[in-house]
Ligand binder design. Structure first.
Ligand SMILES: [Fe+2]
Length: 379
């Protein structure tokens, strides 16, 4: 069977930028240290440090082979380079979109969507068993499902155990917050960021995605060669570039984990900007997995954690708004906890931010401090 499949065209990623960029220093968690109890303890300490400083880190020895990794990159490139007409039959329907079921390509030119940003979402827990996917991807869905579930059941699983260790909680209590099949918005995503025209660049302030925090627990990105991702450095209060690490996963903390830890592990502010000059005309292809709590999980601090108690992070961050995970996503879609972080790229008087068209919560303040020196200093 496999021999008769159409071979996925090999995609050679663009060269890394030669420009001297101000990169942020990220910790690396080597998951090969997980199996031995002694080195696992070290890893839990490294996890704690990474999550109380930048909230961004890389992962190596994640169990995805180079062959499988490259195949996913090739598939993502094939899917993201389909024409708008070819993509159309696989767009999320307006009905599903309004119900929060976001599967397939985003609606081209829909409200709040940046034209140059394109996504293809695959649900990990898809209620539709035989959902149609583009022809280039269809013969490779079993491999693709294997990878997305590996990221969930191997990488995320280990991160949740490290989370339990770092909070001195029983691991089964933490694992129960992310039960298999209990989250309807757990996605694996291919993304494509097309080069901006001169006009688009001015209109968007050179931002593909403005500064924001993701809403889930962990966002896990497959590192790729085009520099565009920036992270807010709490030491300086400025955005710094994230450097490509071949075959490493890049992880950032989302607001879900911030709420579950009362702000100890705060969500990291990041954005996607125009790549440096020598990569500006390239399509930036991305691969992501978004980790999220169970739909009905209440987004409150895991108050039985001795660590959260000891450090004073055991209270709800926003007692006025207590949501479960589904309600929190809905609130996020309508502007909850979405301040403007791109103060270094001021808007002119005529600027209209399409992303804010459906906001109910207005320009909300973040629940934790993100200013210079706001990294949490604990031993
Ligand atoms: Fe993000």
């Amino acid at each position: 069977m496999a021999a008769s499949r159409v071979q996925v065209p090999k995609w050679v990623q663009p060269q890394t930028s030669k420009e001297k960029l101000d990169y942020i220093e990220l910790a690396n968690l080597d998951l090969s240290k997980f199996d031995d109890p002694t080195t696992r303890k070290e890893l839990a300490k490294e996890f704690f440090t990474a999550l109380t400083t930048t909230g961004f880190f890389t992962i190596t020895n994640h169990g995805i082979s180079k062959v499988d990794w490259d195949q996913q990159m090739d598939l993502a490139h094939e899917v993201m380079t389909m024409s708008p007409e070819e993509k159309k039959p696989y767009e999320v329907s307006c009905e599903d979109d309004s119900k929060g079921i976001y599967c397939g390509f985003k609606i081209a030119g829909g409200p709040g969507y940046h034209r140059a940003v394109d996504w293809f979402n695959m649900l990990l827990n898809d209620k539709v068993a035989d959902r149609k996917v583009p022809p280039a991807l269809a013969p490779y869905m079993s491999e693709t499902r294997k990878i997305m579930h590996h990221v969930r059941d191997f990488v995320q699983h280990k991160l949740l155990i490290l989370l339990a260790m770092s909070l001195e909680l029983p691991e089964e209590d933490v694992l129960a917050t992310h039960k298999r099949g209990e989250c309807s918005s757990e996605y694996y995503r291919f993304s494509g960021y097309s080069p901006l025209t001169k006009e688009e660049k001015v209109k968007s302030r050179g931002l593909f995605m403005p500064g924001h925090a993701d809403w889930g627990t962990f966002s896990i990105l497959f590192s790729q060669t085009i520099a565009a991702l920036q992270v807010l450095d709490y030491e300086t209060g400025t955005f710094k570039w994230v450097e490509h690490v071949p075959y490493a996963l890049i992880v950032n903390v989302g607001q879900g984990l911030e709420l579950l830890t009362g702000g100890l592990y705060k969500a990291t502010i990041h954005r996607v900007v125009t790549p440096p000059k020598d990569q500006e005309q390239e399509l930036r292809v991305g691969l992501f997995y978004f980790s999220r709590p169970n739909d009905d999980y209440m987004m409150l601090p895991m108050a039985s954690s001795p660590v959260l108690k000891r450090l004073g992070f055991d209270n709800p961050l926003d007692p006025e708004h207590i949501f479960n995970a589904t309600e929190f996503l809905e609130a996020k879609k309508h502007g909850y906890m979405k301040p403007d972080f791109d103060v270094d790229k001021p808007k002119d008087a005529t600027h209209v931010d399409d992303f804010r068209s459906g906001d109910r919560y207005g320009i909300a303040k973040p629940l934790v401090s993100y200013g210079p020196g706001s990294g949490i200093k604990v031993q």
